[in-house]
Design a protein around this ligand. Structure first.
Ligand code: SF4
Length: 196
């Protein structure tokens, strides 16, 4: 008996495993949204808006949540009624509108539990660092293929200098804060990110 011939392809088993993990995280996210009196889309948009102090456009929020603009608009209207989000004029373009979180909205977003925490907390620090590098690599590839909205990760940031000190324990460099970085320091959603 040879497991290479009797097993499902490796990529298929890996994808199945990730699907199970995503289902757990999604369920925890929905429970948190329900407890906060929000729909999953409202919760997603609120956290996206709250992470952008300068505000964001509706189209960006819709792309992040993976929903149509009309659906995002309904979610934002509900968030406005709950005084979690407000609209204001864009300082760069007076005709455009930006979404900003209210103090209450930021509070709700900051208290939000990380839905993948139970999935990763059983891993050692080294395993988490390794997984973080792989997750960022997958996000970058999905972004390059246009399958997800642009993300604020180090690897797509104009301040990021990748592997400028090969062989050292901190091979990368952030030119914004002028500090070397290891893979474990890479950010998935950095407020200071600027697209490369
Ligand atoms: S500014 Fe943020 S996203 Fe950009 S390289 Fe530095 S830490 Fe990474």
């Amino acid at each position: 008996m040879n497991f290479d011939t009797i097993s499902e392809p490796l990529a298929r088993r890996l994808a199945d495993g990730l699907t199970r993990l995503a289902a757990v995280a999604r369920q925890l996210d929905w429970q948190a949204a329900e407890a906060a009196g929000l729909s999953p889309t409202q919760a997603d948009i609120l956290r996206f808006v709250a992470g952008r102090a300068g505000g964001t456009r509706l189209t960006a929020a819709a792309a992040h949540a993976g929903v149509r603009k009309a659906t995002a608009s309904d979610a934002v209207a509900s968030l406005e009624r709950k005084t979690l989000v407000r609209k204001s004029a864009d300082t760069q373009d007076g005709r455009a509108v930006v979404l900003k979180a209210t103090a209450k909205g930021r509070q709700v977003a900051e208290a939000w539990p990380a839905s993948f925490s139970p999935v990763v907390e059983g891993l050692s620090a080294d395993e988490q660092a390794l997984l973080l590098g792989l997750v960022i690599k997958m996000i970058r590839q999905l972004q390059q293929r246009g399958l997800i909205a642009p993300q604020r990760t180090c690897v797509t940031c104009r301040h990021f200098r990748e592997n400028v000190a090969p062989g050292s324990d901190r091979p990368h460099f952030c030119a914004l804060v002028k500090a070397p970085m290891a893979d474990r320091h890479l950010r998935v959603d950095c407020p200071e990110h600027e697209a490369a």
